[in-house]
Design a protein around this ligand. Structure first.
Ligand code: PMP
Length: 420
């Protein structure tokens, strides 16, 4: 049984009541009758519950105003809510306070912030940055390009046949010239849960920093920056029941303090003359210009919402669905699933069906109302290594049910038979 009342949760997400225009009677032909939506594309974006939409609309209806600047009441109310949203995030991931929490647009911008503000200053020829072969393009492309600009070598820890990290290779690649280890916590393609703490120990033994890409872990498992012992960590609001346009960079205070700003302008300065400028305290030093105020407030409401359910229970729910989907898809035959076994993964399953292109499969699934992702999931080099151009990915969240996994598996079976 579910670790919490999934039907009650579903009531908070009106979007789950809508239908889509596919027609299971004539799969592959598109436009048919309304078909109930089975939303299994949560690794791309999760839906937003009513309390989050309400928190954002309360802001727009009641106290919409710019932050940090005004002394009028609306601005003060907006500033308090926006600043306190940083405290909510800090507490959620075990950071020491708001000074360690920078709001960005998304995970990608958080990576770029560190790559530009820290990487361009600190890296040079002879240094290396260690990634993994399963990195999302958000970190892979970013560090690859910073490597080209600074002359630093960019290395990749190998992924084994089972879809886990080769830790012997990690120990060989992380050396005394390593300055940064950037690792995805839960792979958005393989579902692998990487041993961040072990990698952090390796990195720190060599005086390197470590950055955890937590875009797929913060949404559905407990994440604590102290337990993981990471120097940086990033995630996105829109994958955690929150709005788009808001992401989080956690950084250790001493490191953020020593870094130059990433963007310059208003709100991030303390004193400006024609000759020079000084910077605001953390985290505002890294939040130039008018920030995403409603979205920051919405993110805090999303965190309150998931904390109310309980991250431990969310993890158990994701495991239940991922394991069930893995077993049922495997039992179909003719399905190749990527990554570790069902009980050792995050809440997603990427796969291919023999003889059916991933895009054709997802288009047929759409006729069954089943929304999944097809493509390389921003892990092109990993797909190259797996020997396929694309895969489909079903990913789960708090509102998904076993019946929805059944709908997925039924649709996959029919699609397979259609192409046989
Ligand atoms: N890293 C991982 C592991 C992801 O799954 C994603 C989103 N697919 C990102 C980074 C990038 O997130 P965003 O698009 O919100 O910047």
């Amino acid at each position: 049984q579910y670790p919490f009342d999934v039907e009650a949760i579903r009531d908070d997400f009106p979007i789950l009541q809508r239908s889509v225009g596919g027609d299971p009677e004539t799969p592959g032909e598109g436009d048919g009758d309304d078909t109930p939506l089975v939303y299994l594309d949560n690794a791309a974006t999760t839906h937003t519950p009513e309390p989050v939409v309400e928190a954002m609309s309360d802001y727009y209806r009641g106290y919409n105003s710019n932050v940090h600047r005004g002394i009028h009441q609306l601005s003060q109310e907006a500033s308090v809510a926006y600043e306190e949203a940083h405290d909510t995030v800090a507490e959620f991931i075990g950071a020491s306070g708001r000074e360690e929490i920078v709001f960005t647009k998304n995970t990608t911008e958080a990576m770029n912030l560190v790559a530009y503000a820290w990487g361009l200053e600190e890296l040079g020829p002879g240094d290396n940055v260690v990634l993994t072969e399963m990195e999302h393009h958000a970190s892979l492309v970013t560090w690859q390009q910073i490597g080209k600009r600074t002359g630093a070598d960019v290395r990749f820890i190998e992924v084994t046949e089972e879809g886990t990290l080769d830790m012997a290779d990690a120990a060989a690649k992380i050396d005394d010239d390593t300055e940064m280890v950037s690792v995805v916590h839960v792979s958005n393609t393989l579902g692998t849960v990487n041993p961040i703490r072990e990698l952090a120990d390796l990195a720190h033994d060599h005086d390197s920093l470590i950055f955890a890409d937590a875009a797929q872990s913060v949404p559905n498992r407990p994440v604590d920056v102290d337990d993981l012992d990471v120097d940086f960590l990033a995630f996105s609001g829109h994958k955690t029941a929150g709005p788009t346009g808001i992401g989080v960079l956690y950084g250790r205070e001493a490191i953020l303090d020593s870094m130059q700003p990433y963007l310059y302008g208003g709100d991030m300065i303390r004193k400006v003359t024609f000759e020079d400028s000084t910077w605001e305290d953390l985290p505002w030093k890294f939040e130039a210009g008018t920030p995403s105020i409603a979205e920051g407030i919405g993110l805090a409401a999303a965190i309150d919402y998931v904390e109310e359910i309980g991250v431990d229970r969310i993890e158990a729910h994701e495991r239940l669905l991922a394991e069930y989907a893995y077993d049922e898809l495997e039992a179909l035959g003719g399905v190749e699933i990527y990554g570790p076994a069902g009980d050792e993964r995050g809440g997603l399953v990427a796969f291919n069906v023999d003889g059916v292109h991933a895009h054709d499969l997802s288009s047929i699934l759409n006729d069954f109302g089943v929304a999944i992702r097809a493509g390389d999931h921003c892990t092109q080099p990993l797909h190259d290594k797996m020997g396929v151009a694309a895969s489909v990915r079903a990913s789960f969240y708090i509102y998904n049910t076993v019946e929805e996994v059944d709908a997925l598996v039924d649709a996959v079976e029919q699609a397979r038979d259609l192409f046989a």
